[in-house]
Design a binder for this molecule. Structure first.
Ligand code: C5P
Length: 240
C-alpha cells in the first residue's frame, strides 16, 4: 500500500495550521519542511500535537555527525514517524543520525524511533544538473549507489524519484523503503521538479510513500485534491 504524505509548504503558521486541520480527515502523513522548520517551528509542532498527526520532518540534515546528532535530538518528539538526512553527508553521519534517533526515543519514553531516510538525488535535478556539480553519468546510478550506502548505515530507506524504485528494491531488498517526491497527477504543472511520475505510476513502480505539495496545497479545495490522490493510489493497489 502506497501512502500519501502531504507537504505543508506554506509560508504562514496560521495558514499551515488551517490546512493541516482541513487535511486531517484524509488520513495522510503531514510533512513539514524548511518553511515550517525555520519559519514557525513552535506553532507547527503545536498544530501537530493538537491533531495527533503522523509527521515527516523533512529536515534534510547534512552536516558533521555531531551537529546532525544534535539536530536529531531537537527534532524528535511523539508523532514524528520520519526524519530525513542527506546521503551526501556520508555513512558516518547517517549512522550518527540513526543512533541519535534510537537514543532520543528511549529518553523520551517513546515506543518506536522515527525512521531515518536518506535523500539521494533531489527530484528537481536531472542527469545534466549533476554534470554541473561534477557527478557524471545517470542520476539513477548515483541514486542506487547512495541507497546502498544508506542501507549499510542503518537507514530505513531513501528519498528518491519513483522512477528509481525498482532498481533500489532490487539492490537493497523489498523492505528498504522509498519516499518519492516529484509526484504530479496527469496534467498538473511540473514546476521545478524534473524526475516526475504520476501517483498511479508511483504505485506501479513500488513506491512506499509519495510526497505531494503544490498540486494539493494550491488546489481550490486541498482536502478534495488529497482525497483524489489517495483514491488514485488505492485504485492501483486494490483494483475493482
Ligand atoms: O510541490 P511539490 O509536490 O513539488 O513538493 C515536493 C516536496 O517534497 C517539497 O516539500 C520538497 O521540499 C520535498 N522534497 C523533494 N525532493 C526531495 C526531498 C523532498 O521535492 N528529494
Amino acid at each position: 500500500m502506497t501512502e500519501l504524505i502531504v507537504a505543508l509548504d506554506i509560508a504562514d503558521a496560521q495558514a499551515a495550521s488551517n490546512l493541516a486541520h482541513r487535511l486531517a480527515p484524509v488520513g495522510a502523513l503531514l510533512k513539514v519542511g524548511y518553511e515550517g522548520l525555520y519559519g514557525y517551528p513552535v506553532e507547527i509542532r503545536a498544530t501537530f500535537r493538537e491533531l495527533g498527526a503522523r509527521v515527516f520532518v523533512d529536515a534534510k540534515l547534512c552536516d558533521i555527525p555531531r551537529t546532525v546528532e544534535a539536530a536529531m535530538r531537537a527534532l524528535i518528539e511523539p508523532g514524528v514517524e520520519i526524519i530525513d538526512v542527506h546521503a551526501f553527508g556520508g555513512a558516518t553521519m547517517m549512522r550518527a543520525a540513526v543512533a541519535a534517533a534510537a537514543r532520543r526515543t528511549e529518553e523520551l519514553g517513546m515506543t518506536v524511533p522515527p525512521k531515518v531516510f536518506a535523500v539521494t538525488v533531489l527530484t528537481s535535478l536531472a542527469s545534466e544538473d549533476l554534470d554541473d556539480i561534477g557527478l557524471h553519468g545517470q542520476a539513477a546510478d548515483h541514486v542506487v549507489r547512495l541507497a546502498l550506502l544508506a542501507r549499510t548505515a542503518g537507514c530505513a530507506g531513501v528519498v528518491c524519484s519513483a522512477l528509481e524504485v525498482p532498481r533500489i528494491k532490487t539492490a537493497c531488498g523489498p523492505d528498504f523503503q522509498t519516499i518519492c517526491p516529484g509526484i504530479r497527477p496527469a496534467g498538473s504543472a511540473h514546476g521545478d521538479q524534473k524526475r516526475v511520475v504520476t501517483p498511479h505510476d508511483a504505485v506501479e513502480l513500488g513506491a512506499d510513500f509519495v510526497v505531494v505539495g503544490r498540486p494539493i496545497v494550491q488546489a481550490p479545495d486541498p482536502a478534495a485534491a488529497a482525497r483524489a490522490i489517495v483514491e488514485e493510489l488505492r485504485a492501483v493497489t486494490e483494483p475493482r
